[in-house]
Write a protein that binds this ligand. Structure first.
Ligand SMILES: Nc1ncnc2c1ncn2[C@@H]1O[C@H](COP(=O)(O)OP(=O)(O)OP(=O)(O)O)[C@@H](O)[C@H]1O
Length: 280
């Protein structure tokens, strides 16, 4: 069970007007977050209030600003402006406290390639301050559940894409964080491994923890998440429960296309050279 005191702090400090029983406490609170890279505004002053104990999807098209947002929220990239609180603590003012309570699986994860999977977990666990015997126990269970036990002594450099995601997930879960951030956790993962990852995450949220993951695969988000934030061109276009964001649309995919203004873009005449027969 994650350390609930942390989330209670969030409830107390998230300033929920109207008092008791109105909304679940915020796991993550983002206010006025901005990031610019030269001329490019990647994140344009977003506000987010992500409830605790939920499976949350941050969705948006390529270049929407999801990775930039998650990097700023998890203390990996300094915002130009704005604040981020996790469990009521400011990520940039109180980074050690916050980082001890979160797990992160970043995009383009860099791992220690010359360690075996088990050594990587042992190293991560000790870095997190866990006793050796506890690290061993947790690592054995995670390797087993994630179907990596047979490859635990293989070097990470020899792992496949899906195996890398799974060992990265194990490292992010080892210290039993209260909030887990995953950037595109299912990208490049086969259906069997995806199902395994999904099972682990569902079990984790069932204990009261929060998962926040980015994706552009709507079917996946629709089947996994109870809460969704839609991002496009650096802004949040909608946030709320799956039902609220979907509205009257038949699927999240169609609601999403409407929200990001991408409906009906087809190639028309512009790709008239493309195809088997004509013009050869
Ligand atoms: N380090 C950087 N330097 C310059 N521009 C950047 C940098 N990182 C991101 N950007 C730009 O910021 C915008 C948002 O990028 P970001 O990677 O956050 O989007 P995303 O929603 O994660 O996209 P995708 O789904 O394709 O991964 C893009 O226009 C991108 O080119």
């Amino acid at each position: 069970m994650p350390d609930q005191a942390f989330d209670h702090g969030a409830a107390a400090q998230s300033g929920q007007a109207g008092g008791a029983h109105t909304a679940p406490p915020a796991a993550v609170r983002v206010q006025g977050l901005w990031k610019r890279f030269g001329e490019q505004i990647a994140v344009a002053g977003i506000d987010l209030e992500l409830p605790a104990g939920k499976f949350i999807g941050l969705v948006g098209p390529n270049g929407a600003g999801k990775t930039t947002t998650l990097s700023m929220v998890t203390g990996l990239l300094r915002p130009d402006q704005g604040t981020v609180e996790i469990g009521g603590h400011d990520v940039w003012r109180d980074p050690v406290r916050v980082k001890s309570r979160i797990g992160v699986l970043p995009e383009g994860l860099r791992l220690f390639e010359r360690l075996s999977g088990r050594e990587l977990l042992a190293y991560s666990g000790r870095l997190r301050g866990l006793p050796g015997a506890e690290v061993d126990k947790r690592a054995t269970q995670l390797l087993d559940v994630l179907d990596l036990a047979g490859s635990q002594h293989k070097l990470v450099v020899d792992y496949s894409t899906g195996m890398r995601k799974k060992i990265g997930l194990a490292a992010a879960l080892l210290h039993n964080p209260q909030v887990l951030f995953l950037d595109e956790p299912f990208e490049g993962v086969d259906p069997v491994s995806a199902q395994t990852i999904r099972g682990v995450l569902e079990r984790y949220t069932a204990s009261g923890a929060t998962v926040i993951f980015s994706s552009h695969v709507m079917e996946l988000v629709e089947s996994l998440c109870d809460w969704v934030a839609v991002m496009a061109a650096g802004r949040i276009r909608a946030q709320g429960t799956l039902a609220e964001v979907r509205g009257d649309a038949p699927t999240l995919q169609s609601a999403f296309l409407e929200l990001v203004g991408a409906q009906g873009r087809d190639a028309g005449e512009s790709l008239d050279w493309l195809g088997g027969g004509a013009g050869r």
